[in-house]
Design a protein around this ligand. Structure first.
Ligand code: HAM
Length: 448
């Protein structure tokens, strides 16, 4: 058997591929990215990219040494002569904050809104919606502690989901307080679980030492039974005044904008950098345990990475999970469709000419040509398969008179058009029938 792709990765394929599902359809991927681009750009976010591999320390300090991501799921990158200290990024936030600090982005007007999309890597147990290389759309706002920024971030996340047509999404909103609140909560958890250490999974015994709050996030069924039995109080009960006021202000804005959410006291999130507002978006189509996306405030992250205090907040969606949710709701994405024009030579000697005609036509529309001479009957069949609207034939008569015989496959109407008037003819066709540039946004963008 030929070499296969690594477990937990996916290929994103062109339309027409056999066994295509929404989450492996390249056009669907681009549709999500473009939808996010539209929503986020209108809100003032600028695009940023950072490397897919970074210093391991960035992730260890950023995401946190007690998280599953750092302890179990990091892909280490080795290359000749290096110190082995690089890893494939498991998420985008730490890299963006690093880039902000390293490139002096503090000089830009605050709050600075950034967004990106790209592959992330976590060596997880592979299952539906849980991959080793997955893709996120990520939004970050740096330089403000204002709860209005939190509310706007949540609103924008909901707007992206809505723009994709999803309806079955629930926002679960919580707060994980300020560091002092968390210290109090962790002390409470240490006391509580400390008397039942023997019932905790090995991972959670370790968590009890490092960061007891992580126990609540445990994937072990036994841990979850114990948590339920003990009636563990939620972090929300331990918020100090500042964090509580901040949380209330966020809710006030969301209420004013009619953004629906449920306060979920159990939100802990799987990364250590969060403070105060934290939330997740859930959808039945991706399973109860898996979030469609999540986010939160991370005011201490820049300092944790060795920089000055730069408050921040952001969120990320898993693109694959968004597509699974869309598939579950029966949503589809328009295909690219065929080109407006397909130029076919009826004789080998005119193939080059057909190519030139198509290439010239691309100034106004999507145009393709046949790479070999074809008989007229075959040309029409071939064009239909490709979803073409207009077929231009070039035989010896056409070549001699420098014209094209054009047939509209939808109406059956045939016309003769002078070659030098082709683009004007195509433009007129576009005006009458709408754009031949299919709704697929990638193409719209290329044409923009
Ligand atoms: P996260 O909750 O770890 O947050 O991931 C965000 C989303 O990425 C998840 O809700 C899920 O949709 C997707 N995702 C995560 N792991 C996988 C996986 N193994 N397979 C498929 N999809 C996955 C973050 O990454 C934070 N950086 C979000 C953030 C931005 N917080 C502040 N700014």
């Amino acid at each position: 058997m030929a070499i296969q792709r690594p477990k937990g990765t996916q290929d994103h394929l062109p339309d027409g591929s056999p066994k295509l599902s929404l989450d492996t359809r390249a056009a669907a991927f681009q549709h999500v990215q473009d939808t996010a681009r539209q929503v986020l750009t209108r809100a003032g976010a600028q695009f940023i990219t950072t490397p897919v591999f970074e210093e391991a320390d960035l992730v260890k300090r950023g995401v946190g040494g007690s998280t599953d991501i750092v302890r179990k799921e990091m892909f280490t990158v080795y290359y000749f002569g290096d110190h082995g200290g690089f890893i494939l990024r498991p998420e985008g936030t730490a890299g963006i904050v690093r880039a902000y600090l390293q490139n002096g982005l503090k000089q830009l007007p605050a709050p600075l809104k950034l967004w990106t999309h790209g592959p992330m890597f976590r060596a997880e147990n592979v299952q539906k919606g849980r991959l080793r290389q997955f893709h996120q759309v990520d939004y970050e706002v740096l330089g403000s502690t204002d709860p209005l920024v939190d509310a706007e971030a949540i609103l924008l996340m909901v707007e992206v989901v809505k723009a994709l047509g999803l309806t079955g999404v629930r926002v679960k909103l919580g707060s994980i307080g300020d560091p002092a609140d968390r210290d109090t909560y962790n002390a409470y958890l240490r006391d509580l679980f400390g008397t039942h250490v023997e019932r905790l999974s090995d991972d959670s015994k370790d968590r009890l030492e490092r960061n007891p709050m992580r126990i609540l996030d445990s994937k072990s069924a036994g841990d979850q039974v114990l948590i339920a039995e003990l009636g563990v109080k939620p972090m929300l009960d331990f918020l100090g005044n500042d964090a509580r006021e901040h949380f209330q202000a966020v809710q006030k804005y969301l209420d004013a904008w009619d953004v629906a959410y449920d306060v979920d006291p159990s939100i802990v999130r799987g990364l250590d950098y969060y403070r105060r507002t934290a939330w997740e978006l859930h959808h039945e189509g991706v399973g109860a345990k898996s979030a469609l996306g999540g986010g939160g405030r991370y005011d201490g992250l820049a300092e944790q990475l060795g920089g000055p205090l730069v408050p921040g907040i952001g969120w990320a969606f898993g693109i694959e999970r968004l597509l699974l949710a869309m598939e579950a709701e029966g949503l589809d994405i328009p295909g690219l469709g065929g080109p407006l024009l397909y130029v076919v030579a009826l004789d080998d000697e005119f193939v080059g000419h057909a190519a030139t005609v198509a290439i010239t036509a691309r100034r106004v529309a999507r145009a393709e040509f046949a790479y070999r001479a074809v008989k007229p009957g075959n040309a029409f069949r071939d064009a239909e398969r490709r979803g073409v609207r207009l077929v231009a034939l070039i035989g010896s008569d056409e070549a001699q008179q420098n014209v094209l015989s054009i047939k509209n496959l939808a109406t059956g109407v045939q016309t003769t058009v002078a070659t030098h008037e082709l683009n004007a003819f195509l433009s007129e066709q576009l005006e009458h029938t709408g754009s031949a540039v299919a709704p697929n946004s990638a193409v719209a963008q290329e044409n923009a």
